[in-house]
Design a protein around this ligand. Sequence first.
Ligand SMILES: [Zn+2]
Length: 461
Amino acid sequence: MAVQPPPADRRTVVENAAIATVDAHDNEYARGHVVLLGNRIESVGDGPAPTRLDNVVRRIDAEGHLVTPGLVNTHHHFYQWITRGLAQDDILFDWLVALYPTWARIDDRLVHAAAQGSAAALLKSGCTTAADHHYVFPRHGGDILGAEIEAVRELGLRFTALRGSMDRGEKDGGLPPDHAVEQLDAILTASEEAVDRHHDASPGSMLQIALAPCSPFSVSTRLMRESAELARRKGVRLHTHGSETAEEEAFCRELFGMGPTDYFDSVGWLGEDVWMAHCVHMNDSDIAKFAETGTGVAHCPSSNARLAAGIARVPAMLAAGVPVGLGVDGSASNESGELGTELRTALLINRLHGSPRALTARRALRLGTMGGARVLGRQDEIGSIEAGKLADLALWKVDGLLHSSIADPVAALTFGALPPLTVLFVNGNAVVEEGRLTTVSEDRIALACARAAKDLAARSI
Ligand SMILES: [Zn+2]
């Protein structure tokens, strides 16, 4: 069952909370209010909510809370929820080679379970919009994209489903085994069908599609070019992995005679409608090209650390004007699956570039909210708390044991432990209450994921 939007005339009032709006002026209120009307934010400001509001169905006294925009996840692989904790000590290429044969045995039923596990972890850590990059489509796997979309719809998360693809197998010099890749024509047909069937471009959309060939070492040059043409013809965005590791850089130099950014440029893959995951190995010229073209970046610090890929130059990207958002990345390289904790990881890891000012608490929060919204092309609808925007909000409890002695609530959220999430609103609906999902039983999801992981492991023997 999909979560329905609330009636358009129904108001919810949140009062007595610290509010970080993440608007253009970084307005904050030490003790303010937010009023939701239907699935949109009606007003936000200092002090109590306006009096004499009609049709208030819920009034939340959010004393002791920080209210932020819902977090936006710009890169994930939901299906990996059932292959976590494997290849624990490998770099990316070895980790992929270890996992491809297992992933090539997934089907729509397993993906439904895994997607609910991943989406639940995101919601429970404050994420209200997520992009998921799915690029493994076994021949007899059923309707994998449809299963993933249905799984997310049941939980009420705002979603961008990325129809991924791989067509460069080992025989063509790629990394994945030949049985794990699809044929180019079949990919393009399925990609167009995915857009026609699922993409909702209307205001307030809960489901959008983007096209997402996987990476330079698993995708042919022709598929890169033709995916870009198809996406632009259909009016959807483009996503891929880029400049993730030193090995990818060497692969591109050997096969294409240039680094990844120049390669992407040569196949029409830089632009405001494109964002890339990782972008760890970027020189000044690469960053300048991203800035000039408005190409976005999904910064995934935990996954980059897990696979020893390196540290993306986020401060330099931000200084140059590159749009940057945060990503969890697939749960097989970030087992926590939480987006909320990535605020802290991004904050800390970027200071390892050598400056305590590389990223501030507020800049980290901006990356996880407005930054992600911009990367997904939805900056006019989500990412900040402003009148008229969609009602996607997180209410973090910052007066408990772990946070009560930190006076600055934004520092409590970004430097401290991830605070308890009292309520998470997506599209005006409270999909998390007191830290628990309100839509689907968490125990049921946990059981389905445990069974799916065992089933897939057994298939892989
Ligand atoms: Zn990834």
